[in-house]
Design a protein around this ligand. Sequence first.
Ligand SMILES: [Fe+2]
Length: 304
Amino acid sequence: MLRSLQHAALTVPDLEVGRAFYEGMGLETAQLGDSLVFRCPGRAQNQVRLVEGKKKRLAHVSFGTTAAELPGVVRALEAGGTKLIDSPYKAGGDGIWFRDPDGDLVNVVAAPDQPQSRPPVALNNAGDFKRLGRRGAPNRDIEATPRRLGHVLKFSLDLQRAIDFYTGKLGMKLSDRIGNLAAFLRFGGDSDHHTLALAQSQGTGLHHMSFEMGNLDQIQFCAQRMIDKGYRDGWGVGRHIYGSNYFHYIRDPWNSLVEFFWDIDFIPGNAHWEVENAEAGPESLYQWATMPPPEDFLANFERA
Ligand SMILES: [Fe+2]
């Protein structure tokens, strides 16, 4: 079964436009063959890959499993009639490659989830004091950079078909669902509430990549920094219902979104979790926010 989210890859017309955006967020860049890859400081794992192409589109999503489990993943896919295909890349094409029922390219590698070496932010909560004898209000120029890629939300032509595929073949679990609007899937072992989410659309594409921050201050400092650089505000700050995380979304240069999040629900592999299926509507998207979701929040800008 799938154990980790490794990275998401986009085809974009100009790699340097992408470099400016992700470096603006605080990610670190490296070259991989003809493409650029981006990592979070303190974490030895590529999180975003940009490949040059005619127009922006989701190129692939890469997941990790263990070397022991990879043959079982292959068997499950083949038993369901999913064919493995060759990697489209000369460099960085490890693992197995296939298309999910929406036609999106998926990669599974035998690779661990890398730890984050930067220490967590010290918080003070009643009964749980972790910041003693010093002031907590951060300066405006603190390092507010993502700690890891937490999840990807992509569009799907058929939510139920995609849920059946990722749960039936790849060991994911459905955490919650918003009717025919969206579904939230997690890994079968210990997992964030969602690591892959799906939104119903007439076409495929990336809705957002979501990066974990150290706390609420860091969400806002990073979002504000991107707005100051001229990137468009997406939506936030607020708190979701499904996943419970605080969020602030910023539009990337191609009109999909990055989300900065903190305090997401974490579900142990052996926990009992009751799936909720909410009525679709704007209220299902948030517990509170400084404003309701913009009209184009769920628009699929990749649709031709
Ligand atoms: Fe998200």
